[in-house]
Design a protein around this ligand. Structure first.
Ligand code: AOS
Ligand code: ZN
Ligand code: ZN
Length: 424
């Protein structure tokens, strides 16, 4: 199904008076609001193809109705999100969960919804049917060179698929590591991983990036071979200018200061991008901003500050992606909530009085600095984000409109129930 522009216009029409009242109020409090709205309009966040169906946990999976079963339907789903929020204009594919049979048809389907293809993701954390070697004991780190070669070949294949789709980046996330002390020679595992990545790197087109994702634990419980930003940065530095660190917000040990990590990676020109999500415990993959909205704001505060300092285009400089898993909520509604939360954090970071903050920092005014940040964080900027959407032809309230239109029931009528989407 497609959401018609007329349906969005009609919805907005009936909510315009309330919106205007809220917007005019907040507008009177913010200087250079027009520039902020334009930045919000330009900002796009990629939707992961694996988050469009119900993920499940290791204890079970409860299918949701009307889930997408094919790549075409996943693209249709992202098209629905983008029609409503005008900020989800890209999709990130996971191969081999998504294999485009006919790239040209897939590309034109995507562009009919105004979508492009963001980073492609390789998968060497599962065995695929017909595969010669198993990844049970790792992939790019494996003690057996033949297994490493198989994983390298897969990544090269993913790059090729990505090139034909118009992607510009490869995201490598490895489950490689060990679950018991003594199982692995850390140094050898790291060096094998580096050499394997170097081989893959040679096959990157010159206008491509390689994102090296890190994760502190899981599925391995003793060591992960790329466990933290230090290890990822070490690899990215050794690989070269096209390699970057990817920060997934859920991949840190408890209470890690992610905003500081972000700031330093940006300083080193090694921040590739994000997998946005939120968590209470570990890699919970919950809705962005649902647990620690202040942290999300502080991360954006560093991004705006660091990118402005280097004259980077906020909208284009990094890979902005969501990585989420849904068990309870409708995946599409949850993704709308995530995008909204990310945009809100970005908007809040844009209204920080940077000059005053610099002044407070340089005069060791601890209270002043805190007040400046919290002043921005506590502003209700929802109407500003809504205004940016409105100007782009999106819905004033994507979540409410999705529910009001009962989009899921319509998808269920078309697709049926009890579908197992490929992927998580
Ligand atoms: C896994 O924990 C990572 O977040 C990866 O980004 C992974 O590829 C993605 O979650 C899909 O499995
Ligand atoms: Zn991730
Ligand atoms: Zn993860």
């Amino acid at each position: 199904m497609k959401i018609q522009q007329e349906q969005i216009r009609a919805y907005n029409e009936s909510h315009l008076v309330t919106h205007k009242r809220k917007f005019d109020f907040i507008a009177s409090e913010i200087s250079d609001l027009e520039a902020i709205i334009q930045k919000l309009q330009a900002f796009q966040i990629a939707i992961p193809s694996w988050a469009l169906g119900t993920g499940g946990t290791r204890f079970g999976r409860f299918s949701g109705p009307g889930e997408p079963a094919t790549l075409e339907q996943k693209i249709e789903d992202v098209g629905l999100l983008h029609a409503l929020n005008k900020s989800s204009g890209a999709i990130s594919l996971h191969i081999p969960w998504d294999i485009p049979k006919d790239t040209e048809t897939i590309k034109s389907l995507a562009s009919s919804y105004g979508l492009v293809f963001d980073a492609v993701n390789s998968n060497t954390f599962q065995d695929q049917e017909g595969q010669t070697h198993s990844y049970k004991y790792g992939s790019l780190q494996h003690v057996n060179p033949a297994v490493r070669q198989q994983a390298i070949n897969h990544n090269i294949d993913v790059i090729k698929q990505g090139v034909s789709l118009g992607s510009k980046a490869l995201t490598v996330w490895l489950a490689d590591g060990s679950s018991f002390p003594g199982q692995l020679n850390f140094r050898e595992a790291f060096q094998n991983t580096l050499q394997s990545l170097q081989e893959i790197y040679k096959h990157l087109p010159t206008d491509w990036k390689m994102f090296v994702e890190y994760k502190c634990f899981e599925p391995n419980f003793y060591s992960t071979t790329i466990a933290d930003w230090g290890q990822s940065l070490l690899l990215a530095n050794k690989l070269g200018d096209q390699a970057y660190t990817l920060v997934d917000l859920g991949h840190h040990l408890p209470n890690a200061n992610i905003e500081q990590i972000v700031s330093l990676l940006l300083m080193e020109k090694k921040l590739g991008g994000f997998h946005f999500n939120d968590s209470k415990y570990a890699d919970d993959d919950l809705t962005a901003g649902s647990m620690k909205p202040y942290q999300l704001f502080l991360i954006f505060n560093e991004l705006v500050e660091g990118m402005d300092a280097r004259g980077m285009d906020h909208a284009k400089g990094l890979g902005w992606m969501i990585d989420a898993s849904h068990n309870l909520k409708d995946p599409l509604v949850d993704l709308l909530q995530s995008v909204e939360a990310i945009q809100l954090a970005y908007a809040q970071a844009l209204v920080v009085d940077r000059q005053a903050l610099r002044k407070a920092q340089n005069s060791n005014d601890v209270v002043g600095a805190q007040e400046i940040l919290q002043e921005a964080f506590r502003k209700d900027l929802r109407a500003v984000v809504a205004e940016a959407r409105l100007r782009d032809g999106g819905s004033l309230n994507p979540v409410a409109q999705f529910r009001e239109m009962d989009v899921r029931s319509k998808l269920t009528l078309e697709r049926g129930t009890n579908i197992k989407a490929t992927g998580l």
